[in-house]
Design a protein around this ligand. Structure first.
Ligand SMILES: C[S@@+](CC[C@H](N)C(=O)[O-])C[C@H]1O[C@@H](n2cnc3c(N)ncnc32)[C@H](O)[C@@H]1O
Length: 206
């Protein structure tokens, strides 16, 4: 097994992420993802589900804007830090420790679902993304940013927006693009990175 493959296997385990989040400070910073910030005003305020939310920077930001947020992640270390970040900012977020493998996001339960640099492998991702439209209320929004490897296939952990859109059935896409940009989000997201960005809605009437 190559180092790259081992890394892929490890990323599917909460222990890998617990070790990262047990380091001092916030691995991805305490400020929200700027793509999420750029679209948030177009999203109806309500119940938000923040998938693979890590240390809570996005859920905390959304809660400060009036959303009721549930942050889901399989790293208990991350979720403790998420609760503490929210408390430092004077808000409360709900947290749920769960693996995206087999995760049930519910039916017509959310006004917003976010997936910011949550990058489970393709089997887990496809099953989850097939359920995003179902779990949103009509008019609800989905916001995603992930790493995107140039030329990656649909089997990749980091495919581009075209493959991701094909997996996100029954959504209408406002933004679906890939591009090189500079990330400034803590010590693990610091520098030039190719990413995919998606902003989509569930139709009001189907
Ligand atoms: C790169 S971090 C991004 C964290 C956060 N969304 C942010 O942008 O600050 C990826 C996150 O996904 C979580 N994660 C990875 N695979 C997962 C899975 N199968 N189920 C639940 N969480 C997972 C990790 O624990 C980690 O918190």
């Amino acid at each position: 097994m190559t180092a790259h493959m081992r890394d892929g296997v490890n990323r599917n385990r909460p222990q890998y992420w617990d070790a990262r989040f047990a380091e001092d400070g916030f691995a991805y910073g305490t400020e929200p993802n700027d793509f999420l910030v750029s679209v948030v005003q177009q999203i109806r305020v309500g119940d938000a589900l923040c998938l693979c939310e890590g240390e809570g920077r996005n859920a905390t930001f959304l809660t400060q804007r009036g959303f009721r947020c549930t942050a889901v992640d399989f790293s208990p270390v991350a979720l403790r830090k998420a609760e503490s970040l929210a408390a430092q900012r004077g808000v409360i977020i709900a947290t749920r420790c769960a693996d995206m493998a087999g995760f049930d996001p519910g039916i017509a339960q959310w006004d917003l679902v976010t997936m910011i640099f949550g990058q489970p492998d393709c089997t887990i991702r496809r099953a989850l993304y097939a359920r995003i439209a179902t779990c949103l209320r009509p008019g609800g929004a989905f916001v995603l940013e992930t790493k995107a490897e140039e030329g990656a296939t649909a089997e990749s952990r980091y495919p581009g927006s075209a493959n991701l859109c094909a997996e996100l059935i029954d959504l209408e896409f406002e933004i679906a693009r890939d591009g090189l940009r500079v990330l400034k989000e803590g010590r693990y997201h610091d520098g030039e990175q190719r990413t995919a960005q998606i902003f989509a809605f569930k139709r009001l009437k189907r």
